[in-house]
Design a protein around this ligand. Structure first.
Ligand SMILES: [Zn+2]
Ligand SMILES: [Zn+2]
Length: 384
């Protein structure tokens, strides 16, 4: 049964949006769980909220005005386009629930007006776009309301009639023999496609579906901090449903493009900096062209060792829906020169002669320098 959403809010069927909002606010103030601890009031509050949700949404309100209930079928059309109805569920019902007497009783036809399917679109974003957020203008092929019949699917004032194939039930039964004996399966009626109705004189533009295919431009606001694979939901930007039912949602999936310098790990950005041996020994500074903060100086202290990292705290990616940011982690790749001319070799020999006692040697396993290496080896062998 379609619920009387107008009655719940105590407004007339011609009530304006303003009147609906006023009625809702008044009732919500009286019934809100914070002011009214009654169990009864809680239930009423829920009903009132649902009624407002329905009547404040033009698409849902239209379904109510056509005699339907947008909330009852809300779950039925879930999933993305192509998620059929019927299918395996019906077979299982026949095996486990529907056999023997009774079963679940006859199913109601699903009606011609149905919520639209959700749609999924992918869009490529540079790392910079992910970092700052962007409005993406996308083209989407989708189903929109038929402007000739306004979703009714009929031609002029003609009316839908009960389907003769299924008698209005929306489904037909077939009996199949299997190793389990006879199995009754039901499937959507092929004539009315499960709606229980046919349109003898369908709309000339949409053929009775109440919607037509169209190409739409959509401005999708992508928030700062999104990452590869995330989906941004645009409510009611998906397909209009059969019979002009409320639109599904449109999901925009982010496909993040690789960056020239940075590799992203969650909210952190990693880059590698090549540091010549002498710069590592004497210390130096390098300018990193960061994505959000422009050129930023990183100091590499004197005595930097191979494999060390230098972290610019808070210079990574913004966290989604937060003002916090990840870090920028610079991996310092210290490079030993491979080709030395005579003069350079001479200089290094001179340098070496000033470093008394410094020589190439095998370390003691207990030495502080070695502890890192052995800890790593132990960790890698302990797993076997
Ligand atoms: Zn039409
Ligand atoms: Zn039928």
């Amino acid at each position: 049964m379609a619920r009387d959403y107008y009655g719940i809010l105590g407004v007339g069927r011609n009530a304006s949006d303003q009147e609906i909002k006023r009625a809702y606010r008044k009732l919500a103030r009286e019934l809100h769980p914070d002011v009214n601890p009654d169990a009864d009031a809680q239930e009423k509050f829920r009903d009132v909220s649902t009624a407002y949700e329905v009547l404040s949404d033009p698409e849902k309100r239209r379904i109510v005005d056509m005699g339907g209930d947008p909330m009852e079928s809300a779950g039925a059309g879930g999933g993305f386009s192509g998620a059929g109805f019927g299918g395996l569920g019906d077979v299982f019902e026949a095996f486990f629930g529907g056999m023997g007497a009774g079963g679940g009783g006859p199913r109601r036809p699903r009606g011609r007006v149905q919520p639209g399917a959700d749609s999924l679109l992918r869009t490529r974003l540079s790392l910079a776009e992910c970092a700052v957020g962007v409005t993406k203008h996308l083209t989407v092929d989708t189903a929109v309301l038929c402007d000739l019949c306004q979703g009714a699917g009929t031609n002029g004032s003609s009316k839908p009639v009960r389907c003769e194939t299924c008698g209005g039930a929306g489904e037909v039964q077939t009996v199949q023999r299997s190793f389990l004996g006879q199995v009754m399966t039901s499937r959507p009626c092929p004539t009315c496609r499960g709606t229980g109705e046919t349109i003898p004189d369908p709309c000339r533009k949409c053929g009775g579906d109440g919607r037509v295919r169209s190409r739409r431009e959509i401005a999708a606001p992508i928030p700062a901090g999104v990452a590869n694979g995330m989906r941004v939901r645009l409510a009611a930007q998906g397909e209009i449903g059969p019979g002009g039912g409320p639109a599904g949602d449109l999901y925009v999936e982010i496909v993040e493009q690789p960056h020239d310098t940075f590799v992203r790990d969650g909210d952190d950005l990693h880059c590698t900096i090549r540091v010549p041996m002498v710069d590592a020994a004497l210390g130096t500074t390098v300018v990193i062209d960061t994505i959000l903060d422009g050129p930023t100086e990183l100091s590499i202290p004197a005595g930097t060792q191979p494999g060390e990292v230098s972290v610019l705290r808070g210079h990574g990616m913004p966290k989604l829906r937060s003002s916090a940011r990840g870090d920028l982690v610079a991996h310092l790749d210290i490079v030993v020169p491979t080709k030395l001319d005579n003069k350079q070799s001479e200089l290094l020999r001179k340098y070496k002669s000033t470093r008394n006692g410094e020589r190439t040697e095998v370390l003691s396993a207990q030495s502080e320098h070695n502890s890192g290496l052995f800890a790593r080896l132990r960790a890698s062998f302990s797993g076997r």
